[in-house]
Design a protein around this ligand. Structure first.
Ligand code: CA
Length: 271
């Protein structure tokens, strides 16, 4: 927060589609209404061999029965290409993590469901079956409409080729592992993105903060040994890419600024 500077831009992130910035609260990828699609993407590629990403998100809406469709976190070679996969392009190269709140077909697991797909640039996301054939890992997770801040925590080691996701959805500082992917090689340069989509069913899909840390190899190993969050050391992350800090809602006045896409992106808006 407040996410944007006086030019209504952010130095490190670009956003578009139906995304709305509420400078004291959140980046709203979709509102709780039909046929929305929004995105948030890092402007610069990353190539760190060891890193940690933490993001605060909130998914909620007035619907108590059918809601959807969910949002995605992206670590991909491509960026800011709107499309059908939770608001982003299909046939991506890299990792997509889907926070799926709508059952497109009957599954053995409950919803919401969080799953990862490792895209090779050619394979399509199987939307009709909620990505069943694409699933590299996943977990059931009751993350909608929670009082506790809901968070995701990703760690990656290029050396071990391991990508891990932990979630905080129940209590503050109570992290639960969702999945550990092995044999994952991210593109040598990839972007960090978030996107969300609604159709007939809908929800607010909000990103509240994003923090990233460059880790050293020893940070990762210590973190794995303790099965805990590797502490971001002062020598590691500074100057790497960006850090958003949650400031708390101390200002009474809420200034909402709707980001107006460039003409180019406007043309890409509906797909
Ligand atoms: Ca789905």
């Amino acid at each position: 927060m407040p996410y944007i500077d006086q030019d209504l831009q952010n130095r490190w992130f670009d956003f578009g589609g139906d995304t709305i910035i509420n400078t004291n609260r959140h980046i709203r990828l979709t509102q709780d209404k039909p046929s929305q699609s929004g995105w948030l993407w890092s402007r610069l590629p990353m190539s760190a061999p060891y890193f940690q990403i933490e993001f605060d998100f909130k998914v909620e809406g007035k619907g108590d029965g059918l809601v959807g469709d969910g949002f995605a976190v992206w670590l991909t070679k491509e960026r800011a290409e709107p499309g059908p996969v939770f608001g982003n392009r299909d046939r991506f190269e890299g990792v997509g993590i889907f926070f799926d709140t709508y059952a497109n077909s009957r599954q053995s697991h409950s919803f919401p469901y969080v799953m990862a797909m490792v895209g090779d640039g050619r394979t399509s996301y199987d939307n009709d079956h909620d990505g069943l054939s694409n699933r590299a890992g996943g977990c059931e997770s009751d993350f909608r409409g929670k009082d506790v801040p809901t968070k995701g925590h990703i760690t990656y080691s290029a050396d071990a080729k391991v990508l891990k996701l932990k979630l905080q959805t129940k209590e503050w500082d109570q992290w639960e592992e969702c999945f550990t992917l092995t044999d994952v090689t991210l593109p040598s340069n990839f972007y960090l993105g978030f996107s969300a989509i609604t159709g007939e069913v809908h929800d607010n899909h909000d990103i509240i903060s994003v923090s990233t840390w460059l880790l050293s190899k020893s940070d990762i190993q210590v973190g794995q040994r303790r099965n805990n969050t590797p502490p971001p050391s002062s020598k590691s992350g500074l100057g790497w890419i960006f850090k958003f800090i949650v400031a708390g809602g101390v200002f009474a006045a809420v200034v909402t600024v709707a980001y107006k896409m460039s003409q180019k992106n406007n043309n890409m808006k509906r797909f």
